[in-house]
Design a protein around this ligand. Structure first.
Ligand code: 5AD
Length: 351
């Protein structure tokens, strides 16, 4: 594959928003400091043309760490008996929104494990209350796979967006990360359902997950190109001590940032968060993510009393500027490098 040249491929991607599978693979395998700099500059430029220096924020409310699934990488997997389980009530969730609204958040993300207690009825009551009290806010759900009917009911009640990471676009890789009762095809179907219903839909994957290769990553990029999501969450895999992947190495910030830039060029207007996992790797992880082309930050708005229990991986940050209450630290940090954190729903700009 040596007939490719990195900068030529990057230029082509910037112009056509598309590469072949083997071109993506080449780009990942042969990335180096020079071509990464070129890529980052193009990605930052594209983001600036569409979103200016504006960074959107989302208040992340982790509503339950109870989960029926047993994903091999995840700290709140069903088999982890050491995990202290919690579930927020309707009122606790509304209190988080109240606090978040005062801080300037105009999107609330309700994220949680696949907890059967969050029936459609329960969720609809919560969505209705949020929309009634804060009609100028968007509600994002991130609650795993549900039926088409359920997705539609929640959408009709007022949910605006749904995040469901595809985790990997390679079926064999998916099977190595999940127990056999979780199906790659169901995940892909759920994503199609969400889009068809009308949600602003987000997919995503971990960088450096066990058994990931340049080819599986190339498939992730091709999937993003073809699925054309409104949002995409990527962050490094970080091991959790009480999972089967405890001994696997963490993914790198460098590759995560590289892929953020590639995704920005594939989908210039995409809503792309610099994730908590990236921020957990190093103090300026999220800033690096923004510099690479991300335009969204999701500070933690969960009640302080449960934050430590939503541990998907070890050493997850949830205080300081990771915390919604630390927003002013974040604002200053970003201002000093020319970015502005805005009070806005932060919907996707259609170009
Ligand atoms: N490291 C990094 N990300 C993780 N997630 C789950 N476990 C880990 C981990 N150990 C991510 C998954 C999931 C999202 C909620 O968090 O991609 O979709």
């Amino acid at each position: 594959m040596s007939h490719y040249d990195n900068n030529t491929l990057i230029q082509k991607l910037a112009e056509t928003h598309s590469l072949s599978l083997s071109e993506y693979q080449f780009l990942i395998t042969h990335r180096d400091a020079d071509s990464s700099r070129f890529l980052t500059a193009l990605a930052a430029d594209v983001r600036k043309k569409i979103y200016g220096n504006r960074i959107f924020i989302r208040g992340l409310i982790e509503i339950s760490n109870i989960c029926k699934n047993d994903c091999l990488y995840c700290g709140i997997r069903k088999s982890n008996t050491k995990c202290r389980r919690y579930r927020l009530t309707h009122d606790e969730i509304l209190n988080c929104c109240r606090e978040g609204y005062a801080l300037g958040f105009r999107t609330f993300v309700l994220q949680g494990g696949e907890d059967g207690a969050f029936t459609d009825d329960t969720l609809c009551q919560i969505i209705k209350s949020i929309k009634q009290e804060y009609p100028d806010c968007a509600v994002t759900l991130s609650l795993g796979e549900r039926s088409f009917e359920s997705f539609r009911t929640l959408f009709d009640t007022g949910a605006d967006r749904y995040l469901l990471r595809h985790e990997t676009a390679d079926a064999d890789h998916y099977a190595l990360l999940h127990p056999s009762n979780m199906q790659f095809q169901s995940r892909m179907q759920a994503l199609k359902d969400l889009k068809a219903i009308g949600y602003q839909t987000g997919c995503g994957f971990m960088v450096g997950s066990p058994f990931q290769t340049p080819l599986t990553l190339a498939k992730d990029l091709k999937f993003i190109e073809e699925f054309a999501p409104d949002m995409c969450g990527i962050g490094p895999f970080l091991p959790h001590h009480a999972t089967p992947f405890a001994k696997y190495p963490a993914g790198s910030a460098e590759l995560t940032c590289f892929l953020l830039s590639v995704i920005r060029l594939i989908r210039p207007n995409i809503l792309l968060p610099a994730t908590t996992a990236l921020g957990s790797l190093s103090d300026d992880g999220r800033l690096e993510g923004i510099l690479a082309g991300a335009n969204v930050i999701m500070p933690n708005l969960s009640p302080q009393s449960v934050r430590a229990d939503y541990q998907l991986y070890d050493n997850k940050k949830h205080s300081g500027s990771e915390s919604a209450q630390g927003l002013s630290i974040l604002k200053h940090q970003f201002q000093s490098v020319g970015y502005e954190i805005v009070t806005d729903r932060g919907d996707i700009y259609h170009i």
